[in-house]
Design a protein around this ligand. Structure first.
Ligand code: 9D3
Length: 414
């Protein structure tokens, strides 16, 4: 990996490049760092690199010519990055992208920045965060440091096991070393137990707990899938549900729901899609439709449909559905009801993620057909998910659309 750095203050990098990890990476020949000072490319007798901005407004700007020539003097074909407060925010994903480039040119500005025309030579602008620094040198060091440690061999601890991908995108768990007790502060007992499985469980829980407490916005970005040990189930309830007069009724199973929701369930990794109806004839009809697509003519005609329909099962009641999941998973599911109407006892998407991750139980999401799940089902469930709302006065999503949106909100990763 080669870094070329265009800076008016190369001496700022001295202690950085002479420091442990960077120094070692340089000595091992893993990275090369070269500096180019625009001042040496200034042609006037005073070697000026700055001037007043056109249009006034005070402050000083860096002139385009010395920077232009410094950039052009760099051999090869580096990926050119201007460190600037207007740039794309730097993060670990950007670092991973950059390490693949192999050759990077970093341009550091100062004062109010460089004449805008310099961007003609730049592939991308990068910022390291929304705070104001005095120049691009520290950001350049941040970037070099983050990228260098991604180069195989740079960290010099190859034999340390690769970190479990479980922890990608969430915060670290707490670490302890000797002594066991310091100023009355004890190391958590579980870490001294020697029970590796227990230790791992504790670390995962702590990592998740800290992420929820300190960086809830990270939780919105992660997919639940990776962190769930138990399965997710969707139940489409045809009884007991309301009709438009708020009478409790049994609705007819719609073929459209069987197809569309099973495909959603397949897409988002739901284990079983239960169609819940007490009417046996309806259950038989569902089974016949499913057989057509999983065993019959339809399965050969359309194998994708088969994969989806394979996870459709019928069940006579919500209670029976819960029993079956419990038997299958050897754990009681968290039963979450959904509703278009706000009410008390509601749980937000963020809190539901939190519960699913911490309780390590299977999840059953219940959706009502007709005019929605009855109060009884809602109060009997462990939680009522907040309604999907959009600024507006119309709130009549089809149950198929609601399933799709809710599964996406819980399981997508951004
Ligand atoms: C008054 C407008 N300022 C922009 C917010 C002007 C300005 C301030 C500071 C122009 C340049 C700088 C120097 N900063 C960088 O060159 C810089 C930077 C930063 O200040 N914060 C985060 N990332 C970066 S990358 C380069």
């Amino acid at each position: 990996m080669r870094f070329d750095i265009v800076t008016l203050f190369p001496e700022m990098f001295e202690s950085f490049t002479n420091c442990s990890i960077l120094k070692r990476a340089i000595n091992k020949g893993l990275i090369e760092v070269h500096f180019h000072n625009p001042r040496e490319f200034a042609t006037d007798k005073h070697r000026t690199v700055d001037d007043y901005p056109y249009g006034g407004g005070g402050g000083m700007l860096l002139r385009v010519e010395p920077f232009w020539r410094a950039i052009k003097s760099v051999p090869g074909n580096p990926y050119r990055i201007l460190l600037s407060p207007q740039g794309r925010l730097f993060n670990q994903d950007v670092a991973k992208e950059l390490v693949k480039r192999g050759h990077i040119l970093l341009i550091c500005g100062h004062y109010e920045g460089i004449d805008e025309r310099i961007t003609e030579l730049v592939d991308e602008e990068i910022s390291i965060g929304d705070y104001v620094l005095t120049g691009g040198e520290l950001p350049a060091m941040v970037l070099v440091d983050a990228v260098t440690r991604l180069i195989p061999g740079a960290l010099g601890c190859e034999d340390s096991p690769k970190r479990d991908s479980f922890y990608d995108g969430i915060l670290d768990f707490p670490h302890y070393t000797k002594p066991r007790e310091f100023e009355g502060l004890k190391v958590p007992e579980v870490l001294l137990s020697g029970n590796h499985e227990e230790v791992e469980r504790w670390r995962r829980r702590e990592a998740l707990r800290r992420t929820f407490q300190r960086r809830p916005e990270l939780v919105d970005k992660i997919s639940l899938r990776k962190y769930m040990e138990k399965g997710t189930y969707v139940g489409l309830v045809h009884y007991p549900v309301y009709n438009q007069h708020r009478e409790i009724i049994t609705t007819t199973v719609a073929n459209l729901d069987i197809h569309d929701i099973s495909r959603c369930c397949r897409t988002y990794g739901v284990k079983v899609f239960y169609i819940i109806t007490p009417i046996e004839a309806q259950r038989e009809t569902v089974k016949r439709i499913v057989r057509h697509w999983t065993e019959g003519v339809g399965s050969k005609l359309n194998p994708d449909r088969r994969e989806a329909l394979e996870r459709v099962k019928v069940s006579p009641s919500v209670e029976e559905t819960v029993r079956r999941i419990e038997e299958r998973e050897k754990a009681e599911p968290i039963v979450i009801a959904t509703s278009a109407r706000p009410s008390s006892k509601m749980i937000s998407f963020r809190d539901l993620k939190w519960r699913i991750l911490l309780e390590e139980r299977p999840l059953l999401l219940l959706f009502g057909t007709g005019w929605g799940l009855t109060e009884e089902v809602k109060s009997w469930s462990d939680g009522l998910l907040e309604p999907i709302e959009w600024k507006g006065d119309y709130n009549h999503l089809s149950v198929r659309a609601a399933v799709a949106i809710i599964l996406d909100r819980l399981f997508r990763s951004v």
